[in-house]
Design a binder for this molecule. Sequence first.
Ligand SMILES: Cc1ncc(COP(=O)(O)O)c(C=O)c1O
Length: 575
Amino acid sequence: MRELFELNRCWKPNNMLFCKGLELSCDMRTSRVQIETGCMDLANCNVDASFEHSQFEIISRVRDMWAEARSEANRTTDQTKWDGDLKPMDAEQLRECGHKMVDFIADYYKDIENFPVLSQVQPGYLRELLPDSAPVHPESLQDVLDDVQSKILPGVTHWQSPEFFAYFPSNSSVAGFLGEMLSAAINMVGFSWITSPAATELEMIVLDWLAKSLKLPDEFLSSGQGGGVIQGTASEAVLVVLLAARDKALRRVGKDTIGKLVAYSSDQTHSALQKACKIGGIHAENCRVLKTDSSTDYALSPESLSEAISRDIASGLIPFFMCATVGTTSSTTVDPLPALGKISSVSFLAESSNGLWFHIDAAYAGSACICPEFRHYIDGVEEANSFNMNAHKWFLTNFDCSALWVKDRSALIQSLSTNPEFLKNKASQGNSVVDYKDWQIPLGRRFRSLKLWMVLRLYGLENLQAYIRNHIELARKFEELVKLDSRFEVAAPRRFSLVCFRLLPNPNNEEFGNELNHELLEAVNSTGKLFISHTVLSNKYVLRFAVGAPLTEERHVVAAWKTLQETASDLLRNS
Ligand SMILES: Cc1ncc(COP(=O)(O)O)c(C=O)c1O
């Protein structure tokens, strides 16, 4: 029976169903399941294994059968039940269960490319599978893992799959993972220095390291007036600096003038800024979303920024914030930082001695700037007040870890600090320490610097640079493949590891082109063999192929392209 316990989960959407490395294969033509110990007819699984029958249903039925057999046997053999003896912090129990969990996770990563990368479940699928209420009596870890296998994983979109090419990546790594484990183990709540000095000090040190790797100006280092802080996300980063900028402006021009404050960005800026403006009370009509087009590769034009500022000043409004992007979400364009920076710093701005607060959002592309050959993309950062990159996107650091640097930490602290009696302590009162609670929205915070520290130490900058370069090279290869097929076009210049492309429609029917590409996206994603996402550029529906998952190799990129080509052929034949 032991072998049966190992049988589970894996499949490939072709005629053969493989449970890779698990001695189970299912030939869809003969409807036979081949097991190491013998054969089982699919008829025994209560499914009609004809070709009309969805492979997903057959597979899921087979999977359920093994899960049932497995839990049945485990009920008699499983030793990791706590049987009411509640010891939440028992070290030996942690050791035993931890090993089991690590094995489970390692197997998950080993098998990950055999899952459909985009989950194929329907909305509400889980309610059907789980009980209505929490168990009164404890269950075994094995029971829970069985449910993860049979009920949770089918509803997971596998961001760590090598065939995940959607949005931007969200990296995991052994080092990041170990850092997360340690952070969970220590489980401190480091809102002020005294609550865990190491957490505060390691965060300062690690962000200084990363700032130096990016060659950020010294003003962003913690040794001066500035410093770095780990936020959960780029959205939180832009929110906190927008609040700091707002309050700095209001201190100058009076708190009743909030209705006059204007924020500038382009139509390619991430919607996180829009949300920050909403939360920060910046009036919607004062959010200038400046139009871009293909003539600047969708970059914000300094002229249009200048004109908008002049118009606003003439109308009695007060420019206070500008967000530029390095690596926009739609097409990874890079706004011209030096020219924008110059505009933001000039003192002609109404009632302002310091100009606009200039924030740079490099959430995705910032990671690439640790490579000397890509560092030029952030030239101009010298003029910025704040700079942000998500180490959890493309820097092998598990979610969440968004690094934010500011030149003037006092601006953040003035906006976000509170000082209730119950948090007062000698170190904070003495102003000799950093209390990160005053640099962020929540009070509590995790020991996130551990994972970034582990990533930097266990991989080293050289390996991290090679990692980034490899993805950029894979994207370049994909771009070449697209260019070789005259039915497709590359829809925007590629800079980093994102390729924007589209299937060309009949020249006289652009509207149909959008539909066609939408259909292509839906069709390839429903194969489970790859997952891509889309955007709209110049009113054209464009497909995005973002390389950046840690397990992605050239063979995955080539296979994804083959699926795209074959699906396009089918679509064109039937259209
Ligand atoms: C350029 C850019 N900025 C901001 C964000 C928002 O990121 P987060 O989820 O960390 O808030 C993204 C997300 O992809 C992004 O691409």
